[in-house]
Design a protein around this ligand. Structure first.
Ligand code: URA
Ligand code: CA
Length: 442
């Protein structure tokens, strides 16, 4: 097979065969196709697109380029949740124990964060002693015993995607729906999930800023899941402002504990109940999303979701006293600075990206992979979009350990807030749901 013929075919708008896609991906992964040919092909895909069949083929070939996680030792239908990435996205910490309490086996492979805040593992390490270095056997055992485990990702998943994503990054070919969809789905499929719930964020703080683009990405990913026999549901959700109130590792753990007690922020609670209901249905623990949602609300109200979190923290060696008394046993910053409004008005914008960078400046995130993060620091929002504010009222609390960075962060935070003289309605959290049966606008 000649690579140049495959590039020409796609350039001219043709549909590639499964064999042609296999050749491209596997030969590229073996370094037998040079970057310049793969770049030309990616640019042709950018302009010409790919059919659903081609996109599914590309996804499966990227899965086959590396190891696949085998979760078959774990009983039940394993459902994984994936978010396309937001600021202060505390959902995983809430959803894990919540759906586990409702009977969904949660076998989560996770990574550390790079960028504005930590990843799930970093957040969990706010509990003194918490360890995610489990053996494959212990991991499966713990899920079978208590319904939930989180483990650091060690397997070499989808090396072809890693290579191709790196290439796309420097050749102007990231922004292609079939390439993004296959990249994300290949990692989820290699991770061993039977079913997948996707949280596709849209808005100023999201990778997909435009809502229609986010819907297209959601449809493409659900299409891949359906083609390869993994039931997939996508929830399109708002990311015009950080989710919930807390941004930062221990602060988000505390927020998750509040939410599991039924006292969390409305937007975070709504998103968790929506994503969670679909997880419960895909796991076959309930027949309808309405029934699933009622079940989850019960698990919050009767305390069993919070109990599950405690059990999970204990099983992985974390200090469980922090579940009951987070203020006493989670890391705390030395200084808390109030950011106040210099005028009255209604909050009309809270630039999520800037607020994420502000939390990173305080030490909550990593700029490079070797940076050490400070679990205690971050931001707690007191006002969100649509809230009225009086001059002198507190907009947010900045938790920091260093005077100089706190001053810089305060300025940065103020620049991220826009106040309007007119009433503003808060954004709707859930924008749409895409399933294999079609689409529902919310
Ligand atoms: N995230 C991914 O994992 N892949 C992409 O192509 C884009 C975003
Ligand atoms: Ca949050």
């Amino acid at each position: 097979m000649h690579t140049v013929d495959i590039i020409r075919k796609k350039r001219d708008g043709g549909e590639l065969s499964s064999e042609e896609i296999r050749h491209l991906v596997q030969a590229y992964a073996r370094d037998e196709i040079p970057d310049y040919q793969m770049s030309a092909w990616a640019m042709a895909v950018f302009f010409r697109g790919m059919s659903d069949r081609e996109t599914a083929d590309l996804t499966l070939e990227m899965v086959r380029s590396g190891e696949e996680v085998d979760l078959s030792a774990i009983r039940g239908v394993k459902v994984d949740k994936h978010s396309t990435g937001g600021v202060g996205d505390t959902t995983t910490l809430v959803l894990g124990p919540l759906v586990a309490a409702a009977g969904v086996p949660v076998a989560k492979l996770s990574g550390r964060g790079l960028g504005h805040t930590g990843g799930t593992i970093d957040k969990l390490e706010s509990f003194a002693g918490f360890s995610t270095s489990l053996s494959q056997e212990r991991f499966a055992e713990q899920v079978n015993e208590i319904g939930i485990a989180v483990m650091g990702q060690t397997a070499d998943l989808t090396p072809a995607d890693k290579q191709l994503y790196g290439l796309r990054d420097v050749t102007g070919t990231v922004e292609s729906i079939p390439l993004i969809a296959s990249s994300i789905m290949s990692k989820k499929i290699a991770g061993g999930a039977d079913s997948i719930v996707l949280d596709v964020k849209t808005g100023s703080g999201a990778f997909m800023k435009d809502e229609e683009e986010a819907a297209r990405l959601a449809r493409a990913m659900v299409g891949i899941g359906t083609q390869v026999g993994r039931r997939t549901v996508a929830v399109i959700s708002d990311m015009n402002q950080p989710l919930g109130q807390a941004v930062g590792n221990a602060l988000e753990v505390k927020e998750a504990l509040h939410t599991l007690r039924g006292e969390g922020p409305a937007d975070l609670t709504e998103l968790c109940l929506t994503l969670g209901s679909h997880m419960v249905v895909l796991s076959e623990a309930a027949e309808t999303v309405e029934e699933a949602r009622r079940r989850l609300e019960e698990k919050i109200a009767d305390g069993s979701a919070l109990d599950k979190f405690r059990e999970f923290v204990e099983a992985q060696g974390g200090d469980v006293r922090a579940v009951k008394e987070p203020d006493r046993y989670l890391p705390r910053a030395d200084r808390v600075v109030e950011v106040v409004a210099s005028r009255s008005g209604t909050v009309s914008a809270l630039d999520a990206e800037e607020i994420g960078l502000c939390a990173m400046q305080l030490g909550a995130g990593r700029e490079t992979k070797d940076d050490v993060i400070d679990h205690a620091v971050g931001i707690v929002l007191r006002k969100k979009i649509g809230d009225p504010v009086e001059q002198g009222e507190t907009l947010a609390l900045l938790h920091g350990n260093d005077e100089e960075t706190l001053e810089a962060a305060e300025q940065r935070f103020l620049n991220a807030v826009t106040l309007s003289d007119h009433p503003v309605s808060p954004p709707r959290q859930i924008r749409g749901i895409v399933t294999d049966e079609g689409e529902k606008a919310e």
